[in-house]
Write a protein that binds this ligand. Structure first.
Ligand SMILES: CC(C)(COP(=O)(O)OP(=O)(O)OC[C@H]1O[C@@H](n2cnc3c(N)ncnc32)[C@H](O)[C@@H]1OP(=O)(O)O)[C@@H](O)C(=O)NCCC(=O)NCCS
Length: 172
């Protein structure tokens, strides 16, 4: 059995920028499941801080973080494009620092972004892309009502290998 850890889950605020970038860059290298790799985000702390402020004010974007002590160890996002025909579609992203997998942090982050989406009154569909080999994430998505809508062959290239990517969606 794993020990218990106390995590805070809340919306990100601009002062989270440095910790958030650290978490993003660390987790990008832990698995082959993230779109970002060694190239990093390319953002400065100031730019990230500005970006977080915009998300915080937005009703079609959200960024939820999981915090242990004063360190961000996971995050989940919903991002929509602000065009009338598609602003109801939020794309979901989620990552947890591998050191803390299995503590239900992914579950809590997912529940929180889905709650936010439900309450947004704009988002009516949440969609995501996930590598077919990522069984852990797919388990989580199916458990929370996402349906497989298609598989993109050669949807991603990791370590020189083309891999299939699942498209999943959920109406909210
Ligand atoms: C996907 C991810 C966010 C899950 O975070 P987590 O905190 O470990 O998740 P939880 O502890 O809340 O839940 C994990 C679930 O997966 C299940 N699981 C673990 N290994 C599994 C496997 N190999 N196959 C299927 N299910 C698995 C667990 O039993 C648990 O489900 P349960 O609650 O029904 O028992 C995390 O693994 C991660 O950050 N992965 C890398 C980034 C990523 O893949 N993001 C998604 C890209 S679309």
């Amino acid at each position: 059995m794993r020990e218990e850890i106390e995590i805070t889950i809340r919306e990100a605020i601009p002062s989270d920028a440095e910790s958030l970038l650290n978490c993003l860059e660390k987790t990008a290298l832990q698995t082959g499941f993230m779109t970002m790799g060694e190239e990093g985000s390319g953002l400065t702390i100031e730019e990230e801080s500005h970006h977080i402020a915009e998300i915080y004010e937005s009703n079609i974007n959200c960024l939820i973080v999981a915090i242990l002590g004063d360190e961000i160890i996971g995050m989940a996002t919903v991002h929509a494009i602000d065009k009338p025909k598609i602003r109801h579609i939020g794309e979901l992203g989620i990552v947890v620092d591998k050191e803390y997998w299995g503590f239900k942090i992914g579950t809590e982050l997912l529940r929180e972004v889905l709650k936010w989406s439900d309450e947004s009154e704009v988002i009516k569909r949440v969609e995501l892309k996930v590598q077919q080999r990522n069984e852990r994430a797919i388990h989580l998505y199916k458990k929370y009502g996402f349906e497989l809508e298609g598989v993109m062959q050669r949807g991603v290239k990791d370590n020189g290998e083309f891999l299939p990517v699942c498209m999943m969606g959920k109406l909210v």
